[in-house]
Design a protein around this ligand. Sequence first.
Ligand code: AMP
Length: 221
Amino acid sequence: MSSQEMNNMRIVLLGAPGSGKGTQAKKLMADKNIPQVSTGDMLREAVANGTRFGLQAKAVMDAGNLVPDEVVLGIISERLAQPDAEDGFILDGFPRTTQQALDLEDLLDEMGTPLDTAVLMDVDFDILLKRLTGRRTCSRTGKLLNVHFSSQEELDECSNAGGELIQREDDNEETIGNRLSVYRENTEPLIQFYRKKGKLLTIDAEGLIDEVYDRLTAALS
Ligand code: AMP
């Protein structure tokens, strides 16, 4: 893909919880000026806003289960109709079931803008666990950190700024275990789904954030 084409890309980031989809999507968004569309972030926003729908979703999310397909489809169709998604988007955390992948296909067909690629972010199970259990967000700067992997300097930066390291509610060990089995059962079949369509790219998503990002952009080019 040329850099012009890269600005128009419509991609899905596939991968287990903790594979770095959100981190890489944010980098790609900043770099290529294409929006990251994260159903997890949108659902967390609904929860934080205390809407009736958010309150219903909260219990499901806290347990690490999936909210119903029709709910996420509604969120996604509204989001992809926004003008900033016209020239491309990075889907992060959607689709998560075969039904969602089929719904996405129909939606993009209707819009006349088919998906270009699904990128599978491949990470070893032990590393996923460390990434998820160690994941924190700085309450002041919003920066994503990890108590196992971030340098002491980065962690100190947060406390020096007067912030605290906040853990996501669903990043406790019990919920993490469930999220990983939900991934295996419901989302892993999508690897084959996109492979059969000739749309699957796989990248090694272990190592430093910038190294993974280089592999991602190389795979997309
Ligand atoms: P994430 O931030 O992508 O890990 O998503 C956090 C939680 O939001 C998940 O564990 C689900 O409960 C819910 N969620 C996010 N995306 C979806 C989706 N595509 N389908 C169903 N539930 C979702």
